[in-house]
Design a binder for this molecule. Structure first.
Ligand SMILES: Cc1cc2nc3c(=O)[nH]c(=O)nc-3n(C[C@H](O)[C@H](O)[C@H](O)COP(=O)(O)O)c2cc1C
Length: 218
């Protein structure tokens, strides 16, 4: 394969450190927002730019096994909400999920999902589990890991763009393929709900693990 010269900016060590700390500071500002202001629309161009950022993530064998479905019409958000609430009603009432419900009690969620219709856009990153060509169909490499990384880039870009986000995972997301017309070899990874917070924004009082808890050096 051809190689090209890649312009790699050389930075002084103190600049690297200040940039890393600044990025950490910006990311520390990210919190999941669950109440959105229905009167604020985020521009489509911002969403597109953030998807472009997501698409720069590394991927197994550069297969880029992702597709980002963007829901912005109110009718479609309403349909998505109805279907998600149907799935969630089962999760929030069934005995078999009682322990799981206890674990998320502190974030005070329930089956009702007004944020689906109050938000501006819902982005659904799909994982392409197989590569389909005219004559080929073969598994992709690490689609889950690749789409996980791309979704991380997406969330970081949305945060830097000043939007509020929520990662949401209805208990079963299979309904998204038919609703959004995505083929069978794709699977929804998560839903990323995007908008502006209803003010004053309120979030659960959570703490992060310390650096010592989450890292070890050798
Ligand atoms: C894979 C994944 C699935 C999640 N699913 C939901 C969800 O279904 N509903 C919800 O309210 N929050 C959901 N969250 C958000 C988490 O509850 C939240 O990130 C966590 O409590 C930490 O809070 P923070 O995002 O405000 O820092 C999810 C987060 C991730 C990464």
């Amino acid at each position: 394969m051809d190689k090209i010269v890649w312009h790699f900016e050389t930075k002084a060590s103190e600049d690297r450190l200040s940039e890393a700390r600044e990025f950490a500071r910006r990311m520390a500002h990210r919190r999941s927002i669950r109440e959105f202001d229905p009167d604020v629309q985020i521009s489509d161009q911002i969403i597109e730019a953030c998807i472009q950022a997501a698409a720069q993530a590394p991927s197994g064998a550069n297969r880029q096994p992702w597709h980002f479905a963007v829901v912005k019409s109110h009718e479609m958000k309403l349909q998505l909400r109805d279907l998600a609430e149907e799935v969630e009603r089962d999760f929030y009432t069934s005995e078999k999920f009682a322990n799981w419900r206890d674990d998320i009690q502190h974030i005070s969620t329930g089956w009702s999902k007004p944020h689906f219709t109050d938000c501006s856009h819902i982005i659904v990153p799909f994982m392409q589990m197989r590569r389909l060509g005219d004559e080929i169909t073969e598994p992709n490499y690490y689609p889950k890991e690749s789409v996980g990384l791309a979704t991380g880039f997406l969330l970081a870009a949305l945060e830097l763009a000043g939007t509020a986000t929520l990662v949401h995972t209805p208990h079963n997301m299979n309904f998204l393929n038919s609703l959004l017309g995505r083929p069978n070899h794709e699977r929804a990874f998560v839903l990323v709900i995007v908008g502006a917070p209803r003010q004053p924004a309120r979030v659960p009082n959570l703490t992060r693990k310390t650096l010592a808890e989450i890292s070890s050096w050798y």
